[in-house]
Ligand binder design. Structure first.
Ligand code: ATP
Ligand code: MG
Length: 174
């Protein structure tokens, strides 16, 4: 299905804002109309896990910035927090199931270590990529890139479906 990213990001932020209380959130976007092809529930789960981490691993009153940027045929979604950061040597283990950074800042914060392994699966199943930038004690940025459906590619796909050119039939769930 076609998934419009900005509305789902707004929806995830609204829910997290209610739960987070003191954090502030900004969504910065170059366009309100950025469409990807994928599973809406999974993409909501992906953003939810990342934004929840941004809240959980940063102090009350911290800002969470979500920047959405379209470039060529990709859309980049960067989720940036002002939190505890991730030690350099932990970065490549983050996406492993049950892995949690072990240090005194972390021990007070609960979790199972599954959120990011699910994120990785969802990104992979959408032909996307994920990148982590982090500075210990300063904050972290998780950047997802996903193939963008341009107005042109959406129209083209619709037209090809209509003309019966596509052998792949896309089943809409509703
Ligand atoms: P779960 O998401 O399953 O409730 P979790 O948050 O511990 O538990 P992940 O979301 O997979 O698990 O994250 C793995 C580890 O990566 C975390 O335990 C934490 O050490 C580190 N981490 C993830 N996101 C951040 C972040 N934004 N800032 C600092 N550390 C982070
Ligand atoms: Mg988590």
């Amino acid at each position: 299905n076609y998934v419009d990213l900005v509305p789902i990001l707004k929806q995830v932020v609204n829910v997290q804002q209610i739960n987070a209380g003191k954090h502030t959130f900004d969504i910065i976007t170059s366009s309100e109309n950025l469409v990807v092809f994928g599973d809406e529930d999974k993409l909501i789960q992906l953003f939810n896990n990342l934004i929840h981490n941004a809240v959980k691993y940063s102090p009350d009153g911290g800002n969470v910035q979500i920047k959405v940027l379209a470039e060529h045929d990709k859309v980049y979604i960067a989720i940036k927090d002002e939190g505890i950061g991730i030690p350099e040597e932990a970065i490549n283990k983050l996406f492993t199931k049950f892995y949690r950074v072990d240090n005194s800042d972390m021990r007070k914060i609960g979790g199972t270590g599954l959120g990011l392994s699910i994120v990785k699966e969802i990104v992979k199943s959408h032909q996307g990529e994920i990148k982590v930038d982090s500075e210990w004690k300063k904050g972290s940025t998780f950047t997802i890139s996903l193939p963008l459906m341009t107005t042109h590619s959406v129209e083209q796909l619709d037209q090809e479906k209509e003309e019966g050119k596509r052998s792949i039939i896309i089943i809409e769930d509703d």
